[in-house]
Design a protein around this ligand. Structure first.
Ligand code: F0G
Length: 409
């Protein structure tokens, strides 16, 4: 029996995994892949997965693509879980680890989902792939579409995508369309037109994207030696990655590979925080933010498509979602860079900013065991790094000028 089914997250209706689908044909809610842990465990038992290098496809028995599928990969995953003693010391935590997913092939966690999503797109026989993006999804999709020889059309909000991400989408050969609107409007367009235009959507509403991204949680458990952290801090934008991490931890526990699961603490930027508001108000009512704004353009999202999925996931984990302001995000970005040599883009520092705030307000104790997820590389957004750093010093081309500078205190 196949260990996977695709179901609606709300009414449970089963959908055919052999056809492109993102939302339930009965009630319109999102779809997710459900794993039968017993069947999946049988598959794993007969495999040598522990001998494979740590990566997304190390866990291929737990990824729902057909046995004959041709896998399109750039060797994604296997990202470092850094022990960060200097950072822990600076923020007043006994021990801190950072899962740096900015070291993926295109510089963000999106590659984990895209290798699976593009493999699935080819399995389904799709010819054109598309997404709306705040930048990283488009960069990743463009790279994998090139690899798989698929036409790729990406929609990005005009003027709000970091330079590095734009460069990536362009050099990999996608058709880049700038929309005079925000991410939420671009995603709305993609979702409404994809079926009519025969395009396969590779935003995180695509359940196969989540199946790739969940491997980051498997990796964290494996890197800790078959153990979970007590808390996992993660930035939340469209809500896909936090839901994916929960799925990974939940499945690993169900498979008997680890005991228990971490509490997930999502972090949103204050100007784009509709999910955090639900937690603050302890409410089930989702109210989108009309004009989201934050320096962390990757999570500048007011109407997260996965809100229901991730709110459930984070609640089930015993976690919560909080907010941080832009200054806190930038301070965390500098701390990561200066103290640990980890250059994250602003969204990739938001989780650390949330942790620092929780330490200050007492909702984390200094002895708690914490992993922070850093989702994207700092080179994606060079402008923001330069804007908050001192200007380079200019000196005459002479030894004496250099000597004077070195001898300054
Ligand atoms: N961090 C980075 C660096 C991101 O690029 C994103 C999302 C997130 C965090 C939030 O993850 O949406 O799964 O909750 N970027 C998307 C994009 C929206 O288009 O690249 P999420």
């Amino acid at each position: 029996m196949a260990p996977y089914r695709m179901r609606c997250i709300e009414c449970g209706k089963e959908h055919d995994m052999g056809r492109p689908a993102y939302a339930c044909s009965s009630c319109g809610n999102l779809l997710e892949i459900e794993m039968d842990a017993g069947e999946a465990a049988k598959r794993l038992a007969g495999s040598d997965f522990r001998k494979r290098p740590i990566s997304v496809w190390r866990y291929k028995e737990l990824i729902p693509v057909g046995p004959k599928a041709k896998v399109f990969t750039l060797n994604e995953g296997g990202t470092p879980l850094y022990d960060c003693p200097r950072l822990a010391d600076a923020i007043g935590l006994r021990r801190l680890r950072v899962k740096f997913d900015g070291t993926n092939p295109t510089g963000s966690f999106k590659d984990r989902g895209m290798t699976v999503g593009i493999t699935k797109a080819k399995e389904l026989g799709m010819k054109v792939v598309t997404c709306a993006s705040t930048g990283n999804t488009s960069a990743s999709l463009a790279a994998y579409a090139g690899l798989a020889d698929l036409r790729c059309i990406v929609l990005i909000p005009e003027g709000k995508v970091a330079l590095g991400k734009l460069a990536q989408a362009m050099i990999h050969g996608s058709t880049v369309v700038t929309v005079k609107g925000n991410f939420d409007q671009a995603l709305d367009m993609v979702m409404k037109s994809s079926e009519e235009l025969g395009m396969y959507v590779l935003n995180s509403v695509n359940p196969f994207r989540i199946e790739g991204q969940k491997t980051a949680a498997y990796e964290v458990c494996d890197q800790l030696g078959a153990r979970n952290p007590e808390f996992l801090y993660i930035p939340v934008g469209n809500g896909g990655n936090s839901a994916a991490y929960w799925k990974g931890f939940f499945e690993y526990e169900a498979l008997g590979l680890v005991e228990g699961h971490p509490r997930i603490r999502g972090v949103q930027a204050q100007g784009a925080a509709p999910i955090a508001s639900m937690f603050v108000d302890d409410s089930d009512r989702f109210v989108p933010v009309k004009n989201p704004d934050t320096v962390a353009t990757a999570i500048r999202i007011g109407n997260p498509a996965n809100w229901k999925k991730t709110v459930r996931a984070i609640r089930r984990s015993g976690g919560t979602v909080s907010t941080v302001i832009d200054d806190e995000i930038l301070k965390a970005q500098r701390l990561l860079a200066k103290r640990e040599g980890i250059f994250a883009e602003p969204a990739g520092a938001a989780a650390l900013a949330g942790l620092i705030k929780d330490l200050a307000n007492g909702s984390i104790d200094k002895s708690d065991d914490v992993v922070c997820v850093s989702t994207g590389h700092g080179l994606k957004d060079p402008d923001i790094a330069i804007a908050q750093s001192g200007k380079p010093r200019t000196i005459d081309a002479s030894m004496s000028a250099l000597k004077r500078l070195v001898q300054e205190n």
